[in-house]
Design a protein around this ligand. Structure first.
Ligand SMILES: N[C@@H](CCC(=O)N[C@@H](CS)C(=O)NCC(=O)O)C(=O)O
Length: 203
């Protein structure tokens, strides 16, 4: 299998952390690709018409895209158990969606400031995106600590990749302020070998 990849993408990182946690990194070759909201590589568009990463080319079926689809597929294929059966599944999917939503807001803020000239940037848009991320981080700290204290699932991985992305691209926002329980949980989680193996290079 081939994964269209950039180390800076938090969505790609979710997939890579899953592969490390399940000890299946040798099953997927990483294909570096550059893509932004403004331009994508032709080779990626041929696999994913949306031009977004991650996208997973399989030997035995069509390319999969969207990190949630790819993670659910790989977990199923390798019997990882990161998406439990029963009622807990919906909780895990909601937690994963919360982490993904923080990533979406964070990536959107990054695009706004990196891809647009200063005169075309909208401070109101950037602040509205940050407000979403900030509310979600506060909700994690308020409502999800019991779940995060439990055994590893895909929700944990998504939240950790989202918080790591905020540190990577938006450190001045200081998401830890007022969220001490979540910050303590993340300090432990980011020391896992799977997180250490997927730290993006400074940029
Ligand atoms: N919902 C998608 C989001 C993926 C995404 O937005 N990836 C970014 C990189 S971090 C991308 O490919 N951006 C290019 C674009 O927006 O066209 C997922 O979970 O895979």
């Amino acid at each position: 299998m081939k994964l269209y990849h950039s180390p800076a993408s938090p969505f790609v990182r979710k997939v890579c952390v899953l592969l490390h946690e399940l000890e299946q990194t040798d099953q997927v070759a990483l294909e570096p690709v550059t893509t932004t909201a403004l331009s994508s590589a032709d080779i990626l568009i041929a696999s994913n018409p949306l031009g977004k990463i991650p996208a997973l080319e399989r030997d035995d079926g069509p390319t999969l895209y969207d990190s949630r689809v790819i993670c659910a597929y790989l977990d199923h294929r390798f019997g990882g158990g990161l998406y439990p059966d029963g009622p807990a599944r919906w909780e895990v999917l909601t937690l994963e969606a919360t982490g993904d939503g923080i990533m979406e807001s964070g990536v959107s803020m990054t695009y706004e400031t990196r891809l647009r000239p200063p005169t075309e940037q909208s401070p109101a848009w950037i602040e509205a995106q940050w407000a979403k991320a900030e509310r979600a981080v506060a909700a994690l700290n308020r409502r999800w600590m019991g779940h995060l204290a439990g055994s590893l699932d895909m929700g944990h991985i998504s939240v950790a990749c989202a918080l790591a992305y905020l540190d990577f691209r938006h450190p001045q926002r200081d998401w830890r302020r007022g969220n001490t329980d979540l910050a303590a949980w993340f300090a432990g989680f980011e020391s896992r070998p799977a997180m250490q193996a997927t730290v993006p290079p400074a940029a």
